[in-house]
Design a protein around this ligand. Sequence first.
Ligand SMILES: CC(C)=CCC/C(C)=C/CC/C(C)=C/COP(=O)(O)O
Length: 294
Amino acid sequence: MTWLPEVVSCLRHRCFTPRSTAAQPAKMPSPRVTRAANTSNPNVSGRFEFMSLLTNKTSVSDQTLTRHRTSDSPVHRKDSNSSSSQQQLPEEDCMKLNPSFLGIALKSLLAVDLWLSKKMGVCAREGSSWGSARPMMKLVEISGHGIPWIAGTIYCLYRSDSSAGREVILNLLFALLLDIILVGIVKGIVKRRRPTQNRMDMFATFSVDKYSFPSGHATRAAMVSRFMLNHLVLAVPVRILVMLWAIVVSLSRVMLGRHNVTDVLFGFFMGHMQYSLVEYFWLSPNTLPALFKY
Ligand SMILES: CC(C)=CCC/C(C)=C/CC/C(C)=C/COP(=O)(O)O
């Protein structure tokens, strides 16, 4: 591991030591001085090793080449050690570690996500392993679509004859519209493409719906189910059905090949958060009297 600080030192300067430099006689520092310099900052060697593992701008072959060149010459090794140990690492170097580590973690997560989503997309095509269940999955898709939910809520609002009922339904409408806006904004910012296995044959979409993160069906299913469980008086079997519906709608997004698993997981989480937002800004005759005067 003694070569690691040298490798990192070279990587930090993004250059190799020219042969002419290595050939020149170098002033040998005293071993005691070198050791003292190395131990003056106990974090230096640990940090260098970590940096060298995470540096992805330089290929492995480059690192190997650097290692051979530097270890060829003990003169150079001592020189390199003393110069690297004398360097004060700027604060920004510490900041670079986290994005690299986070980058590796994110890339690994995305690789697992893509692999799992492809495996789970069993209804993505008619010819897929569960292709015969595709029409049923598309019915599930429609049950979580924005248009039937918004149209149904407006109809219920129109038919409602109690002020308490109107208050709940009006807030559900507010929640559904908020959901469409927030999901559209996040999709527009993240711009993650839908999985390659998806066929863009969805009913009534906006332009942002060519993007997949997060799943609008999952946000709606999570938000609406939480809303219903909290504001409607439902028998236990119906409550279970509502929960199952939210899970099946979310699962169907991956099975239809419309989304990756992370789109749906995040969508489900976002739907829960949206419900909390609706609760926070709950519209009532006290807060918005104009809306209730009809
Ligand atoms: C009143 C109004 C603005 C209705 C628009 C409803 C509408 C077209 C919503 C889009 C629903 C949709 C296709 C979402 C995409 O869901 P993903 O799960 O595929 O993200």
